[in-house]
Design a protein around this ligand. Structure first.
Ligand code: NAD
Ligand code: TYD
Length: 350
């Protein structure tokens, strides 16, 4: 495989995946296809933007014609598809935007890939990156396995579930060689500060309140983003066609316990009086349709591909906080919107 297109490569997880592939596989050309929504930030990739095996392509996956043209022009051998609308709270406000990008966008990629290679699929692969949220919610016990039935509860997870089904159906109907992975909550550097961990780090730095939804007794399974990028590499290269892999951190935390841990680490790192960040916690109105608990059984990827997380949560969280403290400029440019001008400046000055 020589030409790999990574969609959504300017986003949080996508930027780590792009960097990982650009550095590890100099023999590949890595195309980062991203339309740069509010969540796309090319500053995430400053360190590799001049690499000879990296190319940025600004395009919208919902644009059927442009996507078809790009596939015909570049003849991508492999697709790693991460582009999506990804924030549950935004999906509650605007479900249609999620259907357009996550469902129609995925269909456009599938159709373009099919049109290009359906005469000979050999050496080709379509990798769809998805979420554990498609499984819906767990009660207090049990884990999501690859066999758990889909039961999405938010417009975000419903749109991701739909796209997973389309990918699988293209495998069954047209023989399109695909793999899918469903991963738990990620955290780490470059995470847009609207999601729990980066939002709360930013708010603690600025002494703003920490809005915990409901009673805070919701559970998520957290995975360090660079470990997800390594898992994606494993699944892309060594996973079996027409297969799904669950990826998780074996790392469940109730939101309120996680927030308290974050507060104590932040007090230490900011040299503030112990307990001062915790005072910022405010319990607010719950998210509608809030899933109680997500937890992944990652036995399959561990047994078949030998993957497991490389850092503990305490290590990963500490590295993450340090990154935000050392990259206050990134955080400021993201919160003020200045990063949106980076693409324009970068490309008009070349
Ligand atoms: P993100 O919101 O940080 O990034 C999404 C990227 O997709 C952005 O760069 C954005 O510009 C791009 N994009 C959005 N719409 C586009 C369009 N129409 N055309 C082209 N590009 C477009 O998301 P993320 O958190 O990095 O998640 C990436 C993928 O991983 C998503 O598919 C998500 O469902 C999945 N996922 C995320 C998590 C998580 O915890 N963040 C966990 C499991 C799976
Ligand atoms: P989030 O980071 O939005 O990820 P997801 O909804 O995809 O799991 O939220 C993680 C958990 O934190 C989820 O249970 C909702 C909760 N949460 C809050 O309590 N307050 C907040 O301000 C946010 C953004 C999330």
């Amino acid at each position: 495989m020589k030409k790999i297109v990574i969609t959504g490569g300017a986003g949080f997880i996508g930027s780590h995946v792009v960097r990982h592939f650009v550095k590890k596989y100099p023999e590949y050309t890595i195309y980062n296809l991203d339309t740069l929504t509010y969540a796309g930030n090319l500053e995430n990739l400053k360190d590799i933007e001049n690499s000879s095996n990296y190319k940025f392509v600004k395009a919208d996956i919902t644009d059927e014609i442009v996507i078809k043209e790009l596939f015909q022009e570049y003849k991508f051998d492999g697709v790693i598809h991460l582009a999506a609308e990804s924030h549950v709270d935004r999906s509650i406000k605007d479900p249609l935007a999620f259907a357009k990008t996550n469902i129609l966008g995925t269909l456009n990629l599938l159709n373009s890939f099919k049109e290009l290679w359906s005469n000979d699929w050999s050496g080709k692969r379509f990798y769809h990156v998805s979420t554990d949220e498609v499984y819906g919610t767990l009660g207090n016990t049990g884990l999501f396995t690859e066999k758990t039935s889909y039961s999405p509860n938010s417009p975000y997870s419903a749109s991701k579930a739909s796209s997973d089904h389309f990918v699988r159906s293209y495998g069954e109907t047209y023989g399109l060689p695909y793999v899918i992975s469903n991963c738990s909550n990620n955290y780490g550097p470059n995470h847009f500060p609207e999601k729990l961990i980066p939002l709360f780090i930013n708010n603690i730095i600025n002494n703003k309140s920490l809005p915990v939804y409901g009673d805070g007794n919701y559970t998520r399974d957290w995975l360090y983003v660079k470990d997800h990028a390594i898992a994606i590499d494993e699944v892309f290269h060594n996973g079996t066609n027409e297969n799904t892999y669950n990826i998780g951190g074996f790392n469940e935390w109730k939101n309120i316990d996680l927030v308290k841990l974050l507060c104590s680490l932040m007090d230490e790192k900011l040299e503030r009086e112990s307990g001062s960040s915790e005072k910022l916690i405010t319990f607010v109105k719950d998210r509608p349709g809030h899933d109680l608990r997500y937890a992944i059984d990652a036995t399959k990827i561990n047994k078949e591909l030998g993957w497991k997380p490389s850092v503990t949560f305490e290590q990963g969280l500490s590295i993450t906080i340090d990154w935000y403290l050392e990259n206050s400029e990134w955080l400021e440019r993201v919160t003020t919107g200045d990063y949106l001008r980076y693409y324009q400046d970068f490309y008009t000055n070349r």
